[in-house]
Design a protein around this ligand. Structure first.
Ligand code: G6P
Length: 615
């Protein structure tokens, strides 16, 4: 992953670069750096370990006071080489060229060996440094920086989004991408690049989304783009609907907290124009959706992280409610294991960012395995690689999600999946009018139900205090609640660093029950469904092993409270679709407040990044 910003402007670009980097910190934050071309035509660089504020502070010191109208900047999530000053980008070769890179150059060791033989000296452990040397080498036989970058990138295997500047070409910034995202911001007083449009919203709302293999030459007044074959091409300029306020904290302490509380609105926005009084609008999945859904025999879902957990809920819904066969797998496994894809498969990818490398590659792999399959993505980013690679797209309207731990993206993915399951069931006549109406009514109640669940916060704050000295926790549930337990455990791991596992409640007896003692809190989810009595027996089994328990229940579940067991009624009268969405809320609040108790960096937990655009 990593985040890139760059620009050629009529003013000093330092503040634009720093502001852009801060907006990209969700992509990584173990070090950052920037280079500007100074008036004397030299490359002036500053780098710092840790978050972007450290770089900002460094730039305030006398020694590092630099400015320039053209520059590139980077916030890093380490892949090759530890987080350190010397491994931070930008990398420079022979004072003549500087690069920032997002992605991985897979053949960097071969390139490094041959570059060393040619006398290049390495000052970092990164794969990126070979890019700087490769461009420097091809500059010797090129007339323009663009030509040099084209020649160099032809030797790379792997993925890259690149920003390149050189004092030899003081008016030009080169940008190119393959397998990693990069957008161009077209401004009134300059032209810019970034890994994500959010970085550039303070300077422009006009964006060009580069295609795979595109290379662009930016000057103060002009953007010229060439495709992978070297032909000059026109790419449309699109006006972003995002505004910069959407990416600020407002009155909240953390983005995660803000995003948890934005869920009623995010769900409303995701449902808007997708349902009528009694029906789901199948056309919400695109004009071809009805025709495609009719012939589908099975669904294959692929995703990573939280998006995978959303898919896991949908597997139950597809088979249980719509009676359509459904498989789900994590993308990093699927893409490498030569899977069988039958004709009549709808290949569904779920991704908040639409840029997750494993999910994108799994999609490409699937299309190669069987070109007859249909593809659909559920995504929160309109102009992403995954939406562009999919036949049908359903956009969740969650708005920008900045907190690394996903919250509103997850619940809106569930809403999208509920609409998909219903649309397919209706098309295939496995869901009748009455059932469809009941589902739509349930979906409409969601914003109110989420608000009600959010009201449990004070109680959850108290419960969170108990996790202060805990190092492990167990989450249990049955059916879709097993998937929700997985999401609850993932949230806790991600932001409080407590080891957490999720188990189907009925599976505990086959191993994990051996772990249970008073040191391991168990969090259980008890909806009022057909498995409730079975779950109650499982809770007894856990309780008799001395565990401290927290049970989030439906008011009608009437789980009997016992010593060292807190039973929290979250809601009542939920259906099979609404229940998993609503029971997610207390688990999000719990992990958020445990993280506060533990004093971790909630929005930027260690070692993680929001958008993982590397393998
Ligand atoms: C990272 C993030 C997770 C996210 C996962 C998949 O691991 O930290 O929050 O769920 O990527 O991301 P996607 O954008 O594809 O949903």
């Amino acid at each position: 992953m990593c985040g890139i910003v760059g620009g050629v402007a009529s003013q000093d670009v330092i503040s634009i670069l720093l502001d852009g980097l801060k907006r990209l910190e969700y992509r990584g934050y173990d070090s950052s750096g920037l280079v500007v071309l100074a008036e004397n035509n030299s490359l002036n660089r500053a780098r710092a370990v840790g978050k972007v504020v450290n770089l900002e502070e460094k730039l305030k010191t006398k020694k590092n006071k630099i400015k320039g109208n053209i520059g590139i900047a980077h916030t890093r999530w380490a892949t090759h080489g530890e987080p350190s000053n010397r491994n931070a980008h930008p990398h420079i070769c022979n004072h003549s060229v500087s690069v920032v890179h997002n992605g991985i150059i897979e053949n960097y060791l071969d390139l490094k060996t041959s570059q060393k033989e040619q006398g290049y000296k390495f000052t970092s452990d990164t794969d990126t440094e070979v890019i700087a040397h490769a461009i420097h080498l091809s500059m010797q036989s090129s007339e323009t920086l663009l030509e040099a970058v084209q020649k160099a990138t032809a030797t790379f295997d792997g993925a890259y989004g690149l920003g390149v500047v050189s004092p030899k070409y003081p008016d030009t910034l080169i940008a190119t991408r393959k397998g990693s995202p990069l957008v161009i911001g077209v401004g009134k007083n300059g032209n810019y690049i970034a890994s994500d449009q959010m970085a550039l919203l303070p300077v422009t709302k006009e964006f060009i989304f580069l295609e795979e293999g595109d290379i662009a030459e930016l000057t103060l007044t002009k953007v010229t783009i060439y495709d992978e074959g070297g032909n000059q091409v026109e790419r449309p300029v699109k006006t972003s609907k995002l505004n910069k306020g959407q990416v600020s904290l407002g009155d909240y302490q953390h983005f995660m907290q803000k995003e948890i509380f934005e869920q009623p609105q995010a769900i409303r926005d995701t449902l808007e124009s997708r349902i009528t009084k009694e029906n789901v609008l199948i056309s919400a999945f695109g004009p071809k959706a009805q025709r495609i859904f009719k012939k589908i025999k099975q669904v294959q879902i692929i995703a990573c992280g939280t998006s995978y957990n959303a898919g896991l809920v949908a597997k139950y819904w597809f088979e249980d409610i719509a009676r359509i066969r459904c498989n789900i797998e994590v993308a990093s496994e699927y893409r490498y294991r030569h899977p069988i894809l039958l004709d009549g498969t709808l290949f569904v990818t779920i991704s908040q960012s639409g840029e997750t490398a494993d999910t994108l590659e799994a999609l490409k792999t699937a299309k190669k395995i069987n070109s007859k399959i249909n593809t659909l993505c559920i995504c929160n980013s309109a102009e992403s690689s995954i939406t562009r690679g999919s036949e049908l797209t359903f956009l969740t309207h969650a708005g920008p999600e900045i907190g690394v731990a996903s919250t509103k993206a997850f619940t809106t993915q569930l809403v999208a999946l509920a609409l998909l399951v219903t649309s397919m069931g209706v098309t295939q006549k496995t869901i009748n009018k009455k059932q469809e109406k009941a589902i739509v009514e349930g979906l409409k109640r969601l914003p109110g139900l989420v608000n009600k669940a959010l009201k449990q916060e004070d109680q959850i704050i108290e419960l969170a205090k108990r996790f202060k000295d805990k190092t492990s926790a167990l989450f249990v549930g049955r059916g879709t609640m097993h998937a929700i337990a997985m999401e609850g455990a993932l949230k806790l791991k991600e932001i409080s660093y407590i080891h957490a596992e999720a188990y189907p409640a009925g599976e505990l007896k086959h191993g994990p029950i051996a772990l249970i003692d008073e040191s391991i809190p168990v969090v259980a989810i008890a909806p009022n469904d057909e498995l409730l009595n079975k779950l109650k027996s499982n809770l007894q089994e856990i309780k008799s092993r001395g565990s401290q328990m927290i049970v989030f229940e439906d008011e009608d579940s009437h789980v009997k409270s016992m010593k060292a067991m807190d039973v929290i009624p979250v809601t009542s009268n939920l259906g099979r679709i609404t229940a998993p969405i609503i029971f997610t809320i207390p688990l999000q609040l719990l992990s958020y407040h445990v993280a506060l108790v533990k004093g971790t960096d909630v929005d930027k937990p260690r070692n993680l990044a929001k958008s993982v655009t590397v393998e």
